[in-house]
Design a protein. Structure first.
Length: 258
């Protein structure tokens, strides 16, 4: 005879087994690898804007070998943009194999979400703080005004500048290091000077006999360091189109909403 508790456990595991396939099927299907840099399934861009961005990104790859893609979708059917974007990047694989120098600007119109997904090789040029700054400064203000085309165009331009080290994002803690080091050096100098002065005074008092006991002593000071069919894409470009290079991603980037 099966114990009642064991019956319950068997039933729970059976339900989990039935639910797992359903959960997998519910995930948004990732579109096939595209042959364009700009893939506008949500219809946010005019044909002229798509063609202009397509040519810009194709030329950028020719000049730098970096592959930057734009992908817009009507909605993600309840999936978070972070999960969807990394799955998208893992399938489309922009960037060169071994260099991982790719990035994707992902927009979900219905969810009012946007994300910059950054490949391993571009995380130094586009750290999370810089990706966040691009969203906050360039993309989201335009999106909030309903100007999706302007926001995407400004975001792409900022991403391209960031890969070349030409985009100045929001201040980060690293930018304050020179000032902090300077003030730390001044403080250490003052402490060192004070200790020398105090010890010299103590030595003078001892020599004169006025202070034979106590004093500062010989102490020392130290420190330690411490799913769609693809939607609209550019059709008039002579760039030859996007071809997946095999880049890898690890979840770097930033997300935002409007």
């Amino acid at each position: 005879m099966i114990h009642p508790l064991r019956r319950i456990l068997i039933a729970v595991w059976a339900l989990i087994g039935l639910a797992a396939p359903a959960t997998g099927d519910a995930a948004v299907a990732i579109p096939a690898v595209p042959d364009h840099y700009v893939n506008d399934a949500a219809g946010l861009l005019s044909p002229a804007a798509r063609d202009a961005l397509e040519e810009k990104l194709a030329q950028f790859e020719r000049d730098t070998s970096n592959q930057i893609l734009v992908a817009t979708f009507p909605d993600l059917q309840g999936e978070s943009i972070e999960d969807f974007s990394i799955r998208l990047a893992e399938k489309w694989k922009p960037g060169q194999s071994g260099r991982d120098n790719g990035a994707i600007l992902v927009v979900s119109k219905g969810d009012r979400k946007v994300r910059i997904e950054v490949g391993y090789g571009l995380e130094g040029a586009i750290p999370d703080a810089t990706a966040k700054a691009i969203l906050q400064r360039e993309i989201l203000p335009a999106f909030k005004q309903g100007d999706f085309e302007g926001g995407i165009r400004a975001g792409v331009e900022a991403i391209l500048k960031a890969t070349a080290g030409e985009y100045k994002g929001l201040p980060t803690r690293e930018s304050y290091w020179p000032v902090l080091i300077f003030f730390a050096a001044v403080v250490l100098f003052l402490i060192f000077f004070f200790i020398l002065f105090a010890r010299s005074q103590s030595y003078g008092l001892y020599r004169s006999g006025a202070y034979r006991y106590g004093g500062w002593g010989g102490g020392s000071w130290g420190g330690s360091g411490g799913g769609w069919s693809g939607g609209s894409s550019s059709s008039g470009s002579s760039s030859g189109g996007f071809s997946s290079g095999g880049g890898s991603f690890g979840g770097g980037g930033a997300s935002g909403s409007w």
